[in-house]
Design a protein around this ligand. Structure first.
Ligand code: SAM
Ligand code: ZN
Length: 378
C-alpha cells in the first residue's frame, strides 16, 4: 500500500494513511486515550467472553486493540462503509496476526446493526460528530443485557453553545454555562437513555468522560420494560443555572426563582443521575499498570479524579472568583472546607460539592480575608 505509515499504539502495530484526507481512511492519534479507556473498560468486566461490534471502525485501531489487549473478545464484528478504510482494517488485522479473529463488513453501520438484532454483548458507536443517527441501530443490535459505548464530537451542540442545534438534534433546551463539559456529558447521557428507553431498555452509565475534542460514555444496557419509565423519571430532570449570580442546581421538577431573585434558566430534559459506576472505574484504575496503554499516566489521572467525582454539579471557581472579585483558593483548601467535595476531571478550576453557591462564596470570602490579614491565619 502506498502513502502509509506504520506506528505503535498500546501493544499493537497500526498501518494508517499518511494523509487521511487523500485516503478516505480515518485514524486519529488523539483518540488513542478513548481506545485505552475502552480496552480497560472491557478488561475490567466480569464476563469472560463478549461478542463485540465496532460499528464505525475507521482503520480498525479500536478492534485490533480490543482483540489483542482485553482477553475478552474471541471475535469482533467490524463495520465500516469506506472501501479504502476496509483495506486498512484487513491490513491491520493481518499485521497483528488477528486475521482469523474478526468478521469485516464493508457496509452502512445502521443496516448492519438492524440486520443483527439482539446479537451483541458490546456495541461501540464512534462517529464523526453526533451519535444520534446510530443509537437506535445500536440498541436493536444489543442483547437483553449488554454494554453500549458512545462517542460524540459535536461538543458545541451538546454543551448548549449552539442552542438551536441542541434542540434540533437532541431535543434538549440548553444554554451556555460556565460548566460546559458537565452539560455536554449529561446531555449526551440523557440522549442515550431516552433513545434506548423507546426499546424498553435502561442505560446505566458506568464511565463518562471528556477528553480534548470528544465526550465518551460507556454503560450497561438492560431490557426492563415498564420500569424504564420510572428509571427515566428518577434520573432525568432539569439543571437550573443563573447567569447573573452563577448559582446552579439539579432537580426532577422546575424551581423558578434563584436566591438572587432572578429567574433560573433551565436546561432540560437532561441527566441528573449518576454518571459513573465507581466500583467499575476503580477496577479499571487497578488494571492501568498491567495493561500496555498508549497514555497510561493521563488515563490514570482521569480515572483517579473520576473515581472520586460526586454527582453534584461543578462550580467553576475561576469564573466565580472573577465574578465576585475574590481570589482562587487552592483546590486542597476548598476540598477541606466544602462538604462531599471532589475535583472535576474536565474542569481544572472546578469543584463538585453538595454545598450551595452561598456556602461556596462564604468559604472563598473567608480565604480572601485570611490572605489580606495573615495574622488571622492559624
Ligand atoms: C471517527 S471514525 C472512527 C474511528 C475509529 N472508531 C477509531 O477508533 O479509530 C468514523 C468512521 O465511521 C465511518 N462511517 C461514517 N458513516 C458510516 C456509516 N453510515 N456506516 C459505516 N461507517 C461509517 C467513517 O468512514 C469513519 O471511518
Ligand atoms: Zn441568581
Amino acid at each position: 500500500m502506498e502513502g502509509i505509515s506504520e506506528l505503535r499504539e498500546g501493544s499493537v502495530t497500526l498501518v494508517v494513511p499518511k494523509d487521511p484526507l487523500k485516503k478516505k481512511a480515518f485514524y486519529n492519534p488523539s483518540a488513542a486515550l478513548s481506545r485505552d479507556m475502552t480496552v480497560l473498560f472491557i478488561k475490567a468486566l466480569e464476563e469472560k467472553e463478549l461478542e463485540i461490534c465496532d460499528s464505525l471502525a475507521g482503520t480498525g485501531a479500536r478492534s485490533v486493540r480490543i482483540l489483542k489487549e482485553t482477553g475478552k473478545a474471541s471475535r469482533v464484528w467490524i463495520v465500516e462503509r469506506s472501501h479504502e478504510a476496509v483495506d486498512f482494517i484487513h491490513h491491520n488485522l493481518k499485521v497483528n496476526g488477528l486475521a482469523n479473529k474478526a468478521y469485516v463488513f464493508e457496509m452502512d453501520a445502521n443496516v448492519f446493526l438492524y440486520q443483527h438484532a439482539g446479537f451483541f454483548d458490546f456495541v461501540d458507536i464512534d462517529p464523526f460528530g453526533s451519535p444520534v443517527y446510530y443509537l437506535e441501530g445500536a440498541v436493536r443490535a444489543a442483547k437483553r443485557k449488554a454494554y453500549l459505548a458512545v462517542t460524540a464530537t459535536d461538543q458545541k451542540a451538546l454543551m448548549g453553545f449552539s442552542p438551536r442545534t441542541t434542540m434540533r438534534r437532541y431535543g434538549i433546551r440548553a444554554i451556555k454555562t460556565d460548566m460546559k463539559h458537565e452539560i455536554g456529558l449529561r446531555n449526551l447521557i440523557a440522549t442515550v437513555a431516552f433513545a434506548v428507553a423507546r426499546y424498553e431498555y435502561v442505560f446505566i452509565p458506568m464511565i463518562s468522560f471528556h477528553h480534548i475534542h470528544y465526550y465518551r460514555v460507556i454503560g450497561r444496557l438492560e431490557k426492563r420494560h415498564a420500569y424504564t419509565g420510572d428509571y427515566l423519571k428518577e434520573n432525568t430532570g432539569i439543571i437550573h443555572y443563573c447567569p447573573y449570580c452563577l448559582d446552579r442546581d439539579m432537580s426532577q421538577s422546575f424551581s423558578g426563582t434563584c436566591y438572587c431573585g432572578r429567574e433560573f434558566r433551565p436546561i432540560y430534559p437532561t441527566w441528573i443521575g449518576s454518571m459513573h459506576d465507581r466500583e467499575h472505574v476503580l477496577r479499571m484504575l487497578a488494571l492501568v499498570d498491567t495493561t500496555p496503554l498508549q497514555n497510561p499516566s493521563e488515563v490514570k489521572k482521569i480515572l483517579k479524579i473520576v473515581s472520586r467525582e460526586t454527582n453534584a454539579l461543578p462550580y467553576n471557581i475561576h469564573e466565580i472568583a472573577s465574578h465576585y472579585k475574590l481570589i482562587v483558593p487552592p483546590r486542597k483548601y476548598l476540598l477541606s472546607k466544602l462538604p462531599d467535595s471532589s475535583a472535576v476531571h474536565h474542569l481544572p478550576y472546578g469543584i463538585k460539592t453538595s454545598a450551595r453557591l452561598k456556602d461556596v462564596l462564604e468559604v472563598m470570602k473567608e480565604f480572601k480575608e485570611k490572605q489580606s490579614n495573615p495574622e488571622t491565619q492559624q
